[in-house]
Design a protein around this ligand. Structure first.
Ligand code: CUA
Length: 353
C-alpha cells in the first residue's frame, strides 16, 4: 500500500482544484443559507439558546460534508463520464493510497469526537439541576394535558401551564393511557410521557409570553389537537396565580393581566378555551371546529345545565351517537375548579341555544 500514488498529472491537479473551489463555494452558500433560515420559535428558556447554538454548530460542520460528497458525485458525472468511443478505455487500477486513507479516516473521526463532546457538554449543561427548582407534574391523557402544582402539600390542578420567569422548573411527566410527548417548542425541551413511568425535564423560562404546549407523539384521534398554552410570567404574578388557584379564586386561567383579572367570577368562554375543549368540539360562539368530539351547538341544543354538567364531569354517562366512549378525558371534574365548571356549564347552556 502506498507505493502506487494517484497520478498527479497537471490534468488531475486541475480537476482537484476545480473540485475544491466548487465545493468551497457551495459549502459557504449552504452554510449561509442554513444560518439565515429562522428555524425555531422564540427562545423562551435559557436552554433554548444553548440548543440553538448547538444546532448552528452542527449545521456549520454537516453542510460542508454533504456538499463535498454531492460535489464530488456531480463533478465526476460531469467530467469523467464515459463518452462515445471510450467504451473500452478504463483508467489504471488503484490499489490504495495510505496517506489519503489516513486523512479521510482521521478528519471525520476528529470532527465526530469533537461534536459528540460538545453535544455532551451542552446536554449536561442544560440538564443541570437547581435545588430550588419549582416542581410541576405534567399528566398527559387522550387528549389533554393537566398540570399539577404542590401548594403546602396540596395538589393544585390547572389545564394551563404557568411558570415563573427566571426560575428553574422541574417537570415530572406522566401518562394515564398511551405514550404522549410533552413539548413546548419555545423551551426546546421535550420528553415522552410513558404510562407507568415518571420522566423528567428541566426548563428555566426566560422570556415572558404565551407559548404552545404540544403533544409530539401520535397518540390517537385527537393527537393533533392535544395543545394547550404555557404562560411565562413574573414570579410575583405566578405566586398570585398559584395562590388564587389553590384557594379556588382563580378566573379560569387567561392570566391576571387580562380584563377582569382574578377577582371576578370565571368567564365560561375563557374556561372553554383554556381547557382546550375546542380542540375536540366545534362550537360556533367560540369559533372552534374540532371534530374529535360531538358538535356542541347540535348535541346541547335541547339540553339543560344538569345534562351539560354531567357530560363534562362524567363523559361516559351518555355517549353521543357516532362517538365512542373513553375519548373525552374523565377528570375535568377534578382539574376544573367548581367556579370554573359552573361558569363553563352556564356558558355552554347559553350559547348552545
Ligand atoms: Cu397525546 Cu399525541
Amino acid at each position: 500500500m502506498g507505493s502506487e500514488e494517484i497520478t498527479t498529472s497537471e490534468e488531475s491537479r486541475g480537476h482537484l482544484k476545480q473540485l475544491v473551489a466548487i465545493g468551497l463555494i457551495a459549502s459557504l452558500i449552504g452554510i449561509a443559507l442554513g444560518l439565515a433560515i429562522d428555524w425555531f420559535p422564540t427562545q423562551a428558556s435559557t436552554q433554548a439558546e444553548k440548543v440553538d447554538t448547538l444546532w448552528d454548530v452542527l449545521l456549520i460542520f454537516s453542510v460542508p460534508v454533504f456538499v463535498l460528497v454531492i460535489t464530488v458525485v456531480l463533478y465526476s458525472v460531469w467530467r469523467f463520464r464515459m463518452k462515445p468511443g471510450e467504451e473500452l478505455k478504463d483508467g489504471p487500477p488503484i490499489h490504495g493510497n495510505t496517506r489519503l486513507e489516513i486523512v479521510w479516516t482521521a478528519i471525520p473521526a476528529i470532527i465526530l469526537v469533537a461534536l459528540c463532546s460538545y453535544a455532551y457538554v451542552t446536554l449536561t449543561d442544560i440538564e443541570e439541576a437547581d435545588a430550588s427548582a419549582l416542581n410541576v407534574t405534567v399528566v398527559g391523557e387522550q387528549f389533554t394535558w393537566t398540570f399539577y402544582y404542590d401548594v403546602d402539600g396540596k395538589k393544585v390542578a390547572s389545564p394551563q401551564l404557568y411558570v415563573p420567569r427566571g426560575k428553574q422548573v422541574y417537570f415530572t411527566v406522566q401518562s394515564q393511557d398511551v405514550i404522549h410527548d410533552f413539548w413546548v417548542p419555545a423551551f426546546r425541551m421535550k420528553i415522552d410521557a410513558v404510562p407507568g413511568v415518571d420522566t423528567h425535564l428541566r426548563v428555566t423560562p426566560k422570556t415572558n409570553g404565551d407559548y404552545p404546549v404540544v403533544c409530539a407523539e401520535l397518540c390517537g384521534l385527537g393527537h393533533s389537537v392535544m395543545r394547550q398554552t404555557a404562560h411565562v410570567v413574573d414570579q410575583s404574578e405566578f405566586d398570585k396565580w398559584l395562590q388564587d388557584r389553590a384557594s379556588g379564586a382563580t378566573a379560569g386561567g387567561g392570566g391576571a393581566d387580562e380584563a377582569g383579572g382574578n377577582a371576578g367570577a370565571p368567564d365560561g368562554k375563557s374556561v372553554f378555551t383554556d381547557a382546550s375543549c375546542g380542540g375536540c368540539h366545534a362550537l360556533k360562539d367560540a369559533g372552534t371546529t374540532g371534530g374529535t368530539g360531538p358538535e356542541l351547538d347540535k348535541v346541547l341544543a335541547d339540553k339543560d345545565a344538569g345534562f351539560i354538567e354531567k357530560s363534562i364531569v362524567d363523559p361516559s354517562a351518555e355517549i353521543a351517537p357516532g362517538f365512542s366512549d373513553g375519548l373525552m378525558p374523565a377528570n375535568f371534574g377534578e382539574t376544573l375548579q367548581p367556579a370554573e365548571l359552573d361558569a363553563l356549564v352556564k356558558y355552554l347552556d347559553k350559547v348552545s341555544g
